[in-house]
Write a protein that binds this ligand. Structure first.
Ligand code: UTP
Length: 297
C-alpha cells in the first residue's frame, strides 16, 4: 500500500487568533516570510507525496489564490530583473498537485477530514494540521511513512506533554512496541490531568486508512459539539490497529499567539540573513536596554 495523497485541513475558525482571523485565515499567517500552509505543503512534498487536498472554508479564498499562477506579478518581477524572486513565485505554482474541497459548516476536525472523502478515494492517506509546525531533520510525515512501511496501519504523531497540558490534546493509552513506537489501546479527547491515560498527546500529523471515513460518519458530535477525529479513531480501534510514533522534532502550536511567536523567533534564528541582527536585538531587549529608548547603548 502506498500513500499518495495528503489532506491539509484548513477550514477552522481560528478563534484563538482573533481578531486577525476575522479576515485573514490562520493558515495564511506568516512564519518569517511564508504562510503556515506553505510549510505544510512543503513537508508533504519533501516526504514524497505529490497530491494535496486542502480543506478550506467559505471566505478562505486567499488559500486558493496563494498557490494559483500570478501572471501580472511574474511579468513585473521579470521586467525588474528579479530572477530569484520570480523563480520562487513560479515554484509555488508547481509545488504540488493541489485540489480544494470546501467544508461548508465548521463541524470539527473529524468532519473536515470526512469532507475530503471523495477526493481521497480508497487508499491510505496523510492528514496535516498546518498550525502544528514541526521543525525536524527528517520531515515528520516522512518519519511516519517509514513506520507505515512496516506497520501498514493507522499512525498518529505523538509527543510528551506536561501533566497539566492533557486537557488541550487527544491523549493515547499506549503500549510500547519498540523505542518511540506504540500500539494505541485507547484514546481520550482533552482529558483532565488526573484522568489522562498517559502523557502522550496527539499532534497534527496522521496516516489513516480509508476505513476511518465510515468511523467518522458513525461518530456523534463530542466535545464542543464538534465531530472529533479522536472519537472516530476510538471507534476505529475496534476494527483496526492504530500506532503512535513519538517523532523526532520540535513542534510549535502556531494556532496561538504564544506558539506562533516562539516559532517566529526560532525560525528567524535559523535564517542566516536575520539571525545575527535578531540575536543582537533580543540581547539588548533582555538586558533591559530597549533599542528604541534614547538612552539605549
Ligand atoms: P483547531 O482546534 O485549531 O480549531 O483545529 P480552529 O478553529 O482552527 O482554531 P480555534 O480553536 O478556533 O482557535 C485544528 C485543525 O482542524 C481544522 C483547523 O483548520 C485546524 O487545522 N478544522 C477544525 C477544520 O478544518 N474544520 C473544523 O471544523 C475545525
Amino acid at each position: 500500500m502506498k500513500i499518495d495523497k495528503a489532506v491539509i485541513v484548513a477550514a477552522g475558525r481560528g478563534t484563538r487568533f482573533l481578531p486577525v482571523t476575522r479576515s485573514i485565515p490562520k493558515e495564511m499567517l506568516p512564519l518569517v516570510n511564508k504562510p503556515l500552509i506553505q510549510y505544510a505543503v512543503e513537508e508533504v512534498v519533501a516526504s514524497g507525496i505529490e497530491r494535496v487536498v486542502i480543506v478550506a472554508a467559505p471566505g478562505k479564498q486567499s488559500l486558493v489564490d496563494y498557490f494559483s499562477p500570478s501572471p501580472e506579478l511574474e511579468s513585473f518581477l521579470e521586467e525588474r530583473g528579479k530572477a530569484e524572486l520570480l523563480g520562487e513565485i513560479q515554484r509555488l505554482g508547481r509545488l504540488a498537485d493541489i485540489s480544494y474541497v470546501i467544508q461548508e459548516e465548521r463541524l470539527g476536525l473529524g468532519h473536515a477530514v470526512l469532507t475530503a472523502r471523495d477526493a481521497v478515494g480508497d487508499g491510505p492517506f496523510a492528514v496535516l494540521l498546518p498550525d502544528d509546525i514541526i521543525d525536524s531533520r527528517v520531515p515528520v510525515l516522512r518519519q511516519m511513512m517509514d513506520v507505515f512501511g512496516r506497520c501498514q496501519g493507522n499512525i498518529l504523531a505523538v509527543r510528551r506533554i506536561g501533566y497539566r497540558e492533557t486537557s488541550k490534546y487527544g491523549v493515547i493509552k499506549p503500549r510500547e512496541v519498540s523505542p518511540g513506537l506504540y500500539r494505541v489501546e485507547g484514546l481520550v479527547e482533552k482529558p483532565e490531568p488526573g484522568e489522562a491515560p498517559s502523557q502522550l498527546g496527539v499532534v497534527g500529523r496522521y496516516i489513516l486508512m480509508p476505513e476511518v471515513f465510515d468511523a467518522i460518519s458513525a461518530t456523534p458530535p463530542g466535545i464542543g459539539g464538534e465531530i472529533q477525529l479522536t472519537d472516530a479513531l476510538g471507534f476505529l480501534l475496534a476494527k483496526q490497529d492504530i500506532y503512535a510514533l513519538e517523532f523526532e522534532g520540535v513542534r510549535y502550536d502556531t494556532g496561538t499567539p504564544q506558539g506562533w511567536l516562539e516559532a517566529q523567533i526560532a525560525f528567524a534564528m535559523k535564517n542566516p540573513e536575520l539571525s545575527l541582527k535578531l540575536k543582537q536585538y533580543l540581547g539588548r531587549l533582555l538586558q533591559g536596554s530597549h533599542p528604541f529608548r534614547r538612552d539605549a547603548g
